[in-house]
Ligand binder design. Structure first.
Ligand SMILES: C[S@@+](CC[C@H](N)C(=O)[O-])C[C@H]1O[C@@H](n2cnc3c(N)ncnc32)[C@H](O)[C@@H]1O
Length: 340
């Protein structure tokens, strides 16, 4: 984890090194005095320009098959989506709604409903996106990669389709043309056949593993599969971060979009909830926070988590890979130990 301004630090991270950016910047629209940066922008446009600088860096540091979750306020979500569309394919516009128990739904009690001039914004938004590339219909990195490697192999779309037996009913190139246009992606088995067909030509030496080219999206019937997410907010407790996000929501996002061992980046770490969720799921984490008091809290939380882990799983202890917090200096980054 690192302490400092995340935009400066982000610019020092290597490109294509991160599998998931999961981050919750100041919302700007909520104007909370107790969140650093929430009142920093006089105009919405300045906030959007600042976020666009992050978008450029996030696309650079993300692996081409990586993902982004960006928390935002409903009043900024549309404009952020348009701005981010220059760099990302927006895949879902998640609405997070909070079924808070009576006694913890303060907004309901406080609200003078007769004074409302619009529907009360009872949800937060989370943009879910993948890095975009140019060169095909749906700006798909995999589509571009497949086209290049197929051409290198000297095969037409028809020839590759015939070799892997993936004839589609709709258009002539079948599944291959759909994949190259970024309409969808091959299954693991189909990708295996693509690799064999391309390598057999003798013009392609080797193909990367499935995990390195296809964006992770793991879903099953037991999980919340729609773009409306229902997770209660974090109940107030002494020392709670004013914008702390629920662990269950973060784990839902991380488990669907990463594999164990993948690197998850949070540029606005707050209480460190993303880092803890990532470690709990055996992912690795890079967290950046500007306020030293919160950095100290994150360090303590992560240390507690690691201590608990090492008690539960005695083969690896945090003492072997001690956690250190750095003040921001370029090229000084420490990754949290991977929980095995
Ligand atoms: C909305 S809160 C994040 C809360 C977090 N998701 C959690 O669950 O605790 C935003 C955080 O970003 C931090 N922050 C604001 N501007 C920053 C910057 N330029 N670089 C790094 N952190 C920043 C704030 O101090 C605040 O803790």
């Amino acid at each position: 984890m690192a302490e400092g301004d995340s935009l400066s630090l982000l610019r020092t991270l290597p490109e294509h090194s991160i599998s998931l950016v999961l981050t919750d910047p100041p919302y700007h629209a909520t104007k909370k005095q107790n969140i650093y940066g929430d009142t920093a922008f006089a105009e919405d446009q300045h906030y959007l320009d600042w976020m666009a600088e992050y978008a450029i860096e996030w696309r650079r540091v993300l692996r081409p098959n990586g993902s982004l979750f960006l928390f935002c306020d409903s009043s900024m979500a549309g404009r952020l989506e348009v701005r981010f569309s220059s760099y990302f394919n927006i895949l879902s516009h998640v609405v997070w709604t909070k079924p808070n128990d009576p006694g913890f739904d303060g907004w309901k009690g406080k609200m003078k409903k007769e004074a409302l001039r619009q529907w009360y914004p009872h949800s937060e938004r989370i943009l879910f996106a993948e890095p975009a590339t140019e060169g095909n219909l749906n700006r798909s990195h995999f589509g571009q990669f497949l086209r290049e490697v197929r051409q290198q192999a000297g095969l037409t779309m028809h020839q590759l389709t015939a070799r892997i037996g993936a004839h589609g009913k709709v258009n002539h190139g079948g599944a291959v043309s759909n994949w190259e246009d970024g309409r969808n992606t091959p299954s693991r088995e189909q990708y295996q056949r693509i690799c064999e067909a391309l390598v057999e030509t003798g013009k392609v030496a080797a193909m990367p593993p499935y995990e390195d080219v296809i964006r992770v999206f793991t879903m099953d019937a037991s999980k919340e599969f729609t773009d409306v997410w229902t997770f209660p907010s974090v109940r107030p407790y002494k020392g709670k971060h004013p914008a702390e996000k629920p662990a269950a929501l973060l784990e839902h996002a991380i488990s669907a979009t990463t594999n164990p061992g993948d690197l998850v980046l949070d540029c606005f770490a707050g209480s460190g909830s993303t880092a803890i969720a990532a470690l709990k799921l055996q992912r690795r984490s890079v967290s950046i926070e500007i306020e030293s008091s919160w950095v100290a809290r994150i360090a303590a939380r992560v240390q507690d988590f690691c201590d608990m882990e090492s008690i539960l799983k005695s083969e690896q202890t945090c003492e072997e890979r001690p956690l250190r917090v750095f003040k921001y200096q370029p090229a000084q980054m420490v990754l949290f130990p991977v929980a095995k």
